[in-house]
Design a protein around this ligand. Structure first.
Ligand code: KG4
Ligand code: ZN
Length: 336
């Protein structure tokens, strides 16, 4: 039987990533050149710096993606690329490379929505997921609960009204003096040093008993006030980390489970960078077990930005007969 090798490219923010995936889930290579060290100096991503770095890395990362896969250009059947949403200059580097490859190799090109790809990271783990599912998407810019009834059929049933969950982690981290990228370090401190989740009292915004929406801006203010409060002077760093993390995880878990139950979901999926959080995984798994719901979450490397997820989403688009032309555009924002 014919197999489909897709080469995928992701450059929407601060990772230059290329993957070669066979038939949607067999990851033959997944190269992720992170710019985190570069952006740590400025405490966040500077778009111009990110674009320039993508440009410097792009060709080498493509070459490495092919060589790790043991593949030549001739073995690639199609190109998938993240073309929206994201930093325009950053996206343009990946999209230009993808067009050049598709044109030179005379193979199909397909543009992929970055958030859709985060959801599809779950299909890398299990290509036989049965619909409908509820997927919690939690990243640096997004916090949404999706009801997914079939491939390409998304309905947002809850979303943040202000900050994303990743921003809540990163902004709290900054207030605690934890360096960029804050989320992953908060997770590590709380876990490895056994932080006390009850050390600092922090609010949980529930927004009404029936709401599936989130609000994290109050947490940021509460953390700032708690840090300034002399009563908390002796709270250890790992206890701060665990308390902040728990406040975020509590609402994510409660609302996702309620959304899944209310909508007859057959499974709960996690997606996006914050889905790499070990406490979120542990608590969601326990809550799913209690509710009798199976759960899938991608391994951490496929939660944060990566090209394997782009390639996987591209596979399902190509199967459905979708193709893009060399006119494929980049968009800084677009709802899924
Ligand atoms: O999906 P992603 O890599 O990029 C975006 O599309 O935004 O998500 C990045 C976000 C950042 O806010 C980062 O702090 C957070 O994911 N993050 C984590 C963890 N790993 C990444 N937050 C909490 N715990 C983690 N282990
Ligand atoms: Zn992302």
């Amino acid at each position: 039987e014919h197999t489909m090798n897709i080469l995928g490219i992701e450059t929407s923010c601060d990772e230059t990533s290329v993957a070669v995936v066979r038939d949607g889930s067999d990851v033959r290579s997944s190269i992720i050149a992170s710019q985190a060290d570069l952006h740590a100096k400025t405490g966040g991503v500077v778009p111009e710096v990110a674009s320039r770095q993508h440009l410097e890395q792009m060709n080498a990362v493509i070459a490495e993606g092919l060589s790790v896969a043991g593949a030549a250009f001739q073995d690639i059947d199609a190109i998938a690329v993240a073309n929206r949403p994201g930093l325009l200059g950053a996206l343009l580097v990946g999209v230009s490379a993808a067009k050049a490859l598709a044109y030179a190799l005379r193979i199909p090109l397909v543009g992929v929505h970055h958030i859709e790809a985060h959801i599809y990271a779950n299909w890398l783990v299990d290509p036989r997921i049965e619909f409908p599912v509820v997927c919690l998407v939690v990243s640096g810019g997004h916090t949404e609960i999706f009801l997914v009834r079939g491939h390409g059929d998304y309905q947002i049933i809850g979303r943040t009204r202000d900050d994303a969950a990743g921003e809540a982690f990163d902004k709290s981290a900054r207030l605690l003096g934890v360096p960029y990228p804050g989320g992953v370090l908060i997770d590590k401190m709380a876990r490895e040093l056994h932080g006390n989740t009850q050390a600092v009292k922090l609010p949980r915004a529930r927004l009404g008993a029936d709401s599936f929406d989130f609000s994290f801006s109050g947490l940021k203010t509460a953390v700032a006030n708690a840090v300034a409060d002399p009563a908390n002077a002796d709270v250890a760093p790992q206890d701060w980390a665990a308390s902040v993390q728990e406040a975020i995880v509590d609402v994510l878990v409660e609302k996702t489970i309620r959304a899944a139950t209310a909508n007859g979901a057959r499974r709960v999926l996690l997606a996006g960078g914050v889905a790499a959080n070990s406490r979120l995984n542990e608590r969601m798994q326990a809550a799913c077990n209690a509710a009798g719901l199976p759960m899938t979450a991608p391994p951490p490397v496929y939660c944060t930005d990566n090209a394997a997820m782009i390639t996987c989403a591209g596979y399902y688009h190509l199967l459905a007969g979708r193709r893009d032309t060399l006119e494929l555009d980049t968009l800084s924002s677009e709802r899924l």
